[in-house]
Design a protein around this ligand. Structure first.
Ligand code: ATP
Ligand code: MG
Length: 690
């Protein structure tokens, strides 16, 4: 095995290997310091982490005792796959599946699991359901309404703004007054009302046995702030490893510290130059301060060799980030052979931009690049609309990440609400949605039913015994039977989903116009997805926390074996790479976005462009439409802007690009001088009739 291990690690460079083997030396010289790998894009941080996981397991660490925290569930699965590959080589496995990583996931997903497991210790009911952003906003709106803040007081912040303020307080652990002063100054006059609102919102969540996204971190942090529980939970894991550490927030850092106060077994990797989530409360301070966060100082490893991109791509990317104000200086180099300079392409507008990109994508495919190895990246999910039209017109299949999610479609939400209501009868958001699907039941009746359920010891009996207006009685009886079946403990998963679908489909047909069958297709797709999860609770939790984020031109999430072009927001493209990358709308007003005003916000926009550019392996194309359509918040309306190239690429940086203007300016025909004499056509006109 030692030989195979050496072979599996032989591709690593010295620094990567040091990080992989950290702490694993002889007992005498054992290094138990926490480990930080801080390094630039494409330097192999994620692969180093995957190798480290494999190395640990090969060295005898039980996979159950590895906690691996990633940015998305997709990233966790990718890590599992990569670690599995290395491990299979080390263990000399051929076809056997290497051990899975049961504790690989996002902070939120792992938080949900731990909270359920330890619910009894912290006063939670383990059947809690989780509110996604939409549910959380709706509940905030409802509570606001109940407090009389929406109707009687005009100009009170919208429910979405209220939730953002609340969320920022939670994630940055800052007092309300500070958050208002810093980020929401126009809401500062409502401090007292907001405080009352948030108090009532917290009570409503507890009453209904629901947690929102932020609660998953907040309760987790609260749980491990209790020394006895911290010891209990921390002792389950020998190693805690975190990828993309630059995008964690203070709560997440505090969880890590509480789990492993001396930092033993803690490994984090990240790149401060790629920190792009401060709008959600993430702070780059976490990674910069990491070395001194534990009772023993951390070991810091830096990686400088880039394995992803060609030197010309690195050159232009390095120049974009070089002007950043605060950063851990890094220089990246590569010896990857280059396929020419990256392109900077001027196009007239977004429609022409779409045409150019579609042409180029097809040209790359002709040249042997599968669609899947190409991606188109953009600042905001709406920016790909013209391209989506163009791709559809040419029958180029695509999948879009980061846009309107599959789960946000109302028919999908309907079906999930049925399952949620069965999982947690006290969850009013789901319950209310279900009642409103039944003809003859309005909001008042719906609320009356939920009150009855709330007060009853047995929710099924309350639903059965409920007497709606006479027009709704027959349908209600049908629902009550389906609901009783869904709540029966003997029902094997995923039979619940089939049952719910059977009840729901007639309502779908009645409620929505669905001639193409797309909605039915989605519902059936959801039923198929369900079989991949162990239980109803896991299905609902994981779907809510990390939904299949892709939408494609076909209903439901895509299957993996098809070839399709990737469309993604830059935020969702984090950590990934493609052979060819197009970045749309590299203009001022978009990158940086026109809403970014402060120096701090502008810096984040710069990092965002850096993240986009460093996704490319061989080909990078930056598109600069000269007319760009923006929704300007300031003027409350849409308008076209004559756009300029992004300010992050200076005149001097242009030398690094191959510049192109498309379509090429028409050549002027040579000027022909007019004849010297006047030819009076009027004479001829008269002559024709004489
Ligand atoms: P990002 O900052 O974008 O998350 P990263 O630092 O995590 O990037 P990886 O995604 O791990 O970088 O690696 C980038 C690419 O380099 C991958 O294709 C990976 O397989 C490759 N790579 C990493 N290390 C080596 C190595 N020692 N030899 C060859 N290829 C490597
Ligand atoms: Mg990575």
């Amino acid at each position: 095995q030692a030989e195979r291990l050496a072979a599996a690690l032989s591709a690593l460079n010295d620094e990567q290997r040091a990080a992989v083997e950290h702490g694993g030396g002889t007992l005498v010289g054992r290094d138990e310091r926490p480990l930080l790998v801080i390094a630039g894009a494409g330097s192999g941080k994620t692969s180093t982490l995957a190798h480290r996981v494999a190395h640990l397991i090969a060295g005898g660490v039980d996979p159950q005792r590895l906690l691996l925290l990633t940015f998305s569930r997709r990233a966790a699965q990718e890590m599992e796959r990569r670690a599995g590959q290395v491990l299979a080589r080390v263990l000399g496995l051929k076809s056997e599946k290497p051990p899975a990583l049961p504790w690989a996931g996002t902070f939120h997903g792992i938080g949900a699991r731990l909270l359920r497991e330890y619910a009894a210790h912290i006063g939670l009911n383990d059947h809690f359901t989780i509110h996604d952003r939409g549910d959380a906003e709706d509940l905030m709106g409802l509570v606001r309404h109940e407090l009389g803040l929406s109707s009687s007081v005009n100009r009170f912040p919208r429910k979405g703004t209220c939730l953002s303020i609340y969320s920022r307080c939670v994630n940055t652990r800052a007092p309300l007054a500070d958050v208002l002063a810093e980020a929401f100054p126009w809401c500062a006059e409502w401090e007292a009302e907001l405080k009352r609102l948030f108090g009532a919102y917290v009570e409503a969540k507890q009453q209904q046995n629901v947690l929102d996204y932020d609660d998953l971190l907040l309760y987790w942090a609260g749980m491990v702030a209790e020394p006895a529980l911290a010891a209990l939970v921390g002792a389950r894991f020998d190693h805690v490893l975190v990828d993309e550490y630059q995008d964690t927030n203070l709560l997440q850092a505090s969880i890590l510290r509480a789990l492993k106060p001396d930092g033993r077994g803690v490994t984090v990797v990240g790149d401060d130059a790629q920190s792009i989530y401060s709008f959600r409360g993430a702070t780059v301070r976490n990674i910069l301060d990491f070395p001194s966060q534990f009772s023993q100082a951390a070991r810091v490893v830096t990686l400088e060799r880039n394995y992803r991109s060609t030197q010309p791509i690195l050159d232009v990317s390095n120049r974009v980030i070089a002007q950043a104000a605060e950063r851990h200086a890094k220089t990246l180099w590569t010896d990857k052979p280059s396929a020419g300079r990256p392109q900077l392409v001027l196009v007239p507008d977004e429609a022409q931009q779409a045409v150019w990109v579609a042409d180029k994508v097809l040209a790359h495919r002709e040249g042997g690049l599968a669609l899947k190895s190409q991606a188109v990246l953009f600042r905001a999910a709406t920016h790909s609309a013209p391209l989506e039209l163009e791709l559809a017109r040419r029958n180029i299949p695509f999948v879009k990440y980061g846009g309107l999610k599959f789960l946000e479609a109302s028919h999908v939400k309907d079906l999930l609400a049925v399952l949620r209501f069965a999982e947690n009868p006290r969850g009013r958001m789901a319950g209310f949605r279900v009642t409103q699907l039944i003809p003859g039941i309005g909001p008042a009746t719906g609320a009356r039913l939920l009150d009855a359920v709330d007060q009853a010891a047995d929710p099924v009996a309350a639903v059965r015994g409920f007497v709606p207006p006479s027009a709704a009685r027959a349908e209600w009886a049908v629902f009550a039977e389906a609901y009783a079946a869904l709540c029966a403990p003997s029902l094997p998963w995923p039979a619940d989903v089939e049952l719910a679908v059977r009840w729901y489909l007639p309502h779908l047909d009645r409620l929505y116009d669905d001639p193409s069958g797309v909605r039915r297709g989605d519902v059936e797709q959801l039923a198929r997805l369900a079989s991949g999860y162990a239980s109803r609770e896991r299905f609902l939790t994981e779907l809510t926390l990390d939904p299949p984020e892709a939408t494609s031109d076909k209903p439901g999430p895509p299957s993996l074996d098809e070839d399709y072009l990737i469309l993604s927001t830059i935020h969702s493209a984090k950590g990934q790479e493609w052979n060819s990358v197009h970045v749309l709308n590299v203009v001022d007003g978009c990158l940086p976005a026109d809403v970014a005003q402060s120096a701090h916000e502008l810096e984040e926009e710069r990092r965002l462009l850096y993240v986009a550019m460093t996704r490319a392996r061989d080909h990078l194309h930056l598109l600069v439409p000269q007319r760009f359509y923006v929704t300007q918040q300031a003027v409350r309306g849409d308008r076209h802007l004559y756009a300029n190239r992004t300010r992050f690429i200076s005149e001097r940086d242009l030398a690094g690009f191959e510049q192109q203007t498309w379509p090429p300016p028409p050549e002027r025909p040579p000027a022909v001088p007019p004849p010297a004499a006047v030819i009076d056509l009027r004479n001829r006109m008269r002559a024709a009739w004489s």
